[in-house]
Design a protein around this ligand. Structure first.
Ligand SMILES: Cc1cc2nc3c(=O)[nH]c(=O)nc-3n(C[C@H](O)[C@H](O)[C@H](O)COP(=O)(O)O)c2cc1C
Length: 169
């Protein structure tokens, strides 16, 4: 656990090999067991491994950024976290679900990275259509995209921590 919390890093280069089902299940389980406000469990995770669909999501994300590069860095799996906005802690619940998955991915020997712009992706007509197909209520909010795969790079060195971020009284 200590190693995971301090050594996990965002990975931005992936092999094309798909991850194993037990590895994906481990990461999803960690998301499922993340803390949530009043234990409302307001999040839903959608795991996407179909290459055409991963590509479609990548293009949607890139368009929001205004680029034509792959914001998923070639990762073969994307888990989208949605949260039910009826719950006041939905955003925080979603962020913790993402955090648990990122740490679990490292523990499982996978590379991972939080990819932003899920909210905008799933506010769009194309995003709402996908949510309909997936059985995710259209009112749910996209919190983050957790990309997963086998790293095709060394573990990056962490940036130095900024001063003044801990105040002990
Ligand atoms: C809310 C959030 C959004 C992020 N969005 C992106 C993103 O769109 N693309 C990306 O490459 N990394 C993204 N990251 C990863 C951060 O850049 C990364 O966590 C940060 O640089 C620290 O590096 P580390 O995760 O290796 O410690 C995001 C991280 C968070 C928490």
């Amino acid at each position: 656990m200590r190693k995971t919390l301090f050594e996990r890093r965002s990975i931005r280069a992936y092999k094309s090999d798909q991850i194993k089902e037990n590895e994906l299940d481990y990461v999803l389980g960690a998301g499922l067991y993340a803390p949530s406000g009043r234990n409302f469990q307001s999040t839903v995770m959608v795991a996407v491994q179909n290459p055409d669909l991963v590509k479609k999501l990548s293009v949607m994300n890139a368009e929001i950024m205004g680029t034509d590069t792959d914001p998923f860095y070639g990762a073969p799996t994307v888990v989208i976290v949605f949260a039910n906005p009826e719950y006041p802690t939905h955003f925080e619940d979603g962020c913790l679900t993402m955090g648990n998955m990122l740490n679990a991915a490292y523990e499982a020997g996978l590379g991972s990275c939080w990819i932003h712009r899920a909210r905008q992706m799933f506010e769009s007509d194309a995003g709402k259509e996908l949510m309909r197909q997936w059985g995710v209520p259209e009112s749910y909010v996209g919190i983050g995209n957790c990309i997963l795969g086998y790293a095709d790079c060394q573990l990056p060195t962490p940036a130095a921590r900024k001063d003044g971020r801990i105040i002990k009284l």
